[in-house]
Ligand binder design. Structure first.
Ligand SMILES: [Ca+2]
Ligand SMILES: [Ca+2]
Ligand SMILES: [Ca+2]
Length: 243
């Protein structure tokens, strides 16, 4: 009896206080939502919060109990004791310096999608193919300025733009990209200047690769009419008088 009493005392002493010891709580996940069974968080009219124990196991019944409690006098709001985890942070060394990712709340978006299987098309100045944060992401390229199959970067604009959207992410190197697992196609349509005659063909080529254009349906229709060829087949069909 003495041992049982001692054990009971120890259990009471080690019980977590409200707001602490959440790791000891029995957290359950139902339909992707994590919560603590048998608990409702109650916000009082006069301020402050409290946990109310309820006889409810599934999330649906906990919500039902919370609604009943919310209808009580002196209760401002009540709801399940939901459990949240910090958003995933990739291991790329520069990720903490990437203000752009914080601004667009990329970490929250990555909870829903890592863009696996997605390909992003770029019309830009080309890209640096040997870049170790890009070399595994290229899915195809064409240079509509030089009319060849090597979309080398004539500056650093294209490399920067591609990196922000589709650099290799969570590879313990360089930066993280909003597109996470997304690959990319590069259609070079610019050097220090972008000509419509090059960029229109470049967009048409990307559409021909199966990418959806962000231009209007009428513009897409025009592009298809003006650029029925794609990739290699375009070569030699255009006489633009450029060297
Ligand atoms: Ca790489
Ligand atoms: Ca080239
Ligand atoms: Ca990286």
């Amino acid at each position: 009896m003495a041992l049982a009493t001692l054990l009971a005392t120890l259990i009471v002493i080690s019980a977590p206080a409200f707001g602490k010891g959440n790791v000891n709580k029995h957290i359950r996940k139902q339909h992707g939502t994590a919560y603590v069974p048998g608990e409702v968080v109650v916000a009082k009219d006069g301020g402050g919060y409290a946990i109310r124990k309820v006889d409810a196991d599934t999330l649906g019944v906990v919500k039902q109990k919370a609604e009943e409690i919310e209808a009580e006098k002196d209760v401002r709001a009540a709801g399940p004791n939901y459990a949240y985890e910090p958003s995933f942070t990739p291991n790329d060394p520069f990720v903490d310096q990437q203000y752009n990712l914080r601004r667009i709340r990329a970490r929250g978006a990555w909870e829903y999608s890592l863009a696996t299987g997605v390909t992003i098309g770029f019309v830009d100045t080309g890209y640096y193919a040997a870049h170790s944060d890009l070399d595994a992401k290229i899915r195809g390229e064409y240079d509509f300025v030089e009319e060849d199959e090597v979309a080398q970067d004539s500056g650093y604009h294209g490399t920067t733009v591609v990196g922000v959207a589709a650099a290799e992410t969570n590879n313990a190197e360089g930066i993280a990209a909003a597109g996470f697992n997304a690959g990319f196609l590069m259609a070079t349509g610019c050097t220090d200047v972008c000509l419509s005659s090059d960029t229109a063909l470049a967009v048409g080529w990307l559409v021909g690769q199966g990418l959806r254009s962000s231009t209007s349906p009428s513009a897409r229709s025009r592009n298809r009419q003006e650029t029925p060829c794609s990739g290699l087949r375009c070569r030699g069909r255009r006489k633009r008088g450029r060297s």
